[in-house]
Design a protein around this ligand. Structure first.
Ligand code: EPZ
Length: 425
């Protein structure tokens, strides 16, 4: 197991290319289960979670071939409906196989995903939606069994206590593409990852309207064909680099993603005096040194197009670098604050009040040993390490490798000083 050593107080400058979107890839890889035909997915990031998902598909019988870096060929000619505990327990996104297997085979059996450090993550909305399509749900020894003699299109309200569900929407849309009749999903997720998935499904011959809106209408087809699709750029990775550039007072160009997808973050940056330009034609954002001009902010995480919860931890670091009092309220995962204690270890002046982080800036960060607890918390510890005096050691860095492709390398190319060392502690 590795840890990283980050030499702090280095300004980041230059251009960084964003990788394919992890959270779009999972559902898209699962979409290959909807057809016997050959499917090709491009711009797939080389991440721990992606490798796991491909392994999961192989255990279901999908033939998988890596054509070249980032390009995968998949064919689900003969598949089974049972997923193993060993893989599903390691990655929540495994639930994305439910919808396509129900659509194609009218059955799926998978272990109920376990706990998660970022908070309670039930799948009741996924199961409720499948029941509305005619499925029977049973649970035995921790395994969920979903079966349907016959599927029938229906209206499904998918809004939960915390708003819409992203993978829940993906599952229901995929199941509905092969479900006879018309399915209407109300309070559907509008995330760019869902829009990208729906476009891929349309390429397979699916009939989908209302893409990108909270009301999606799907008319079921008898069968779907294969796809050849290129995944969008990772919005959360782009947002993480944007914040890295701001807190190091650097001049960064971030490209290969769609700037509109980061509307909520760019809106805040505009409000607080950020200096940046957007080039929608070349899919890039350029930021200029402006740290000493930034004003504090108040924001709340919300479903898209609101401020993304997956940037909340990184935004805490920005708040700690800006003079004054900034506030961030977490509405999607109210307990998602594992990074707070570790940022305090680095000197971050944070108070947690229920689900609101009260951030007093400018905090004087100084390097220390800190522990990563989850994917986005580890990114926040990297950012704090970049602006800390001396060396910061981030332990359990495998959390970061789940969702950031070549993160150390990309940061070092921008002028950071990060090295990986075996963690014998
Ligand atoms: C997706 O998770 C992302 N993961 C998460 O990113 C992201 O944080 C989340 O959406 C919200 O944007 C993937 O796409 C693989 P949800 P998902 O269902 O789909 C509650 C990262 O860092 N809920 O939209 O699992 C749930 O508890 C990861 O890359 C129910 O109550 O999230 C949460 O409070 C972390 N019942 C809220 O809804 C359900 O059946 C939103 O969850 C489903 C969800």
């Amino acid at each position: 197991m590795d840890k990283v050593c980050i030499q702090g107080e280095k300004q980041l400058n230059g251009t960084v290319h964003i990788s394919g979107a992890k959270n779009a890839c999972m559902a898209m890889l699962a979409a290959s289960l909807l057809t016997e035909d050959v499917c090709i997915l491009r711009n797939v990031p080389d991440l721990r979670d992606v490798r796991f998902f491909i392994q999961l598909l192989e255990t279901l019988g999908v033939k998988v071939e890596k054509l070249s870096p980032g390009e995968w060929k998949l064919q689900a000619a003969n598949i089974t409906h049972e997923a193993s505990y060993d893989l599903v327990r390691q990655m929540r996104a495994s639930v994305c196989i439910m919808g396509p297997l129900v659509g194609r085979l009218h059955k799926v059996s998978l272990p109920l995903p376990g706990g998660c450090v970022i908070g309670n993550r039930p799948i009741d909305l996924h199961l409720y939606g499948l029941q509305k399509l005619g499925c029977k749900i049973s649970m035995n020894s921790g395994i969920i069994h979903v079966t349907a003699d016959q599927l029938r299109g229906n209206s499904i309200f998918l809004g939960g206590r915390f708003g819409s569900t992203v993978t829940g929407t993906a599952n229901l849309v995929m199941a509905a593409t092969l479900t006879p009749g018309t399915t209407i999903i109300e309070s559907a997720a509008c995330e760019p990852e869902i829009v990208d998935l729906c476009k891929l499904l349309q390429q397979m011959g699916a009939s989908i309207e209302g893409i990108g809106s909270p009301r999606i209408t799907i008319v079921g087809q008898k069968q779907l064909r294969g796809f050849d699709y290129t995944v969008i750029g990772d919005i959360i990775e782009a947002g993480t680099f944007l914040i890295a550039g701001l807190i190091t007072n650097g001049h960064l160009k971030i490209d290969q993603f769609c700037p509109e997808h980061l509307g909520a973050l760019l809106h805040i940056l505009e409000e607080i005096g950020g200096k940046f330009t957007i080039d929608t034609h070349h899919n890039s954002v350029e930021i200029f040194p402006c740290l000493d001009q930034l004003k504090p902010f108040h924001t709340t995480t919300l479903p898209y197009p609101g401020f993304p919860t997956d940037l909340q931890a990184q935004m805490c670091v920005l708040g700690l670098c800006i003079p004054g009092l900034s506030l961030i309220t977490e509405r999607i995962y109210p307990q998602r604050f594992m990074h707070v204690a570790e940022l305090q270890r680095l000197g971050g002046n944070i108070i947690l009040e229920n689900s609101t982080a009260i951030l007093q800036g400018p905090s004087r960060f100084s390097g220390a040993d800190v522990m990563a607890s989850d994917l986005r918390a580890s990114a926040a510890l990297y950012l704090a390490g970049l602006v800390s005096k001396g060396e910061t050691f981030v332990h359990r860095v495998y959390h970061l490798d789940r969702g950031y492709e070549n993160f150390d390398q990309k940061l070092n190319q921008l002028g950071a000083s990060i090295k990986r060392i075996p963690d014998n502690s």
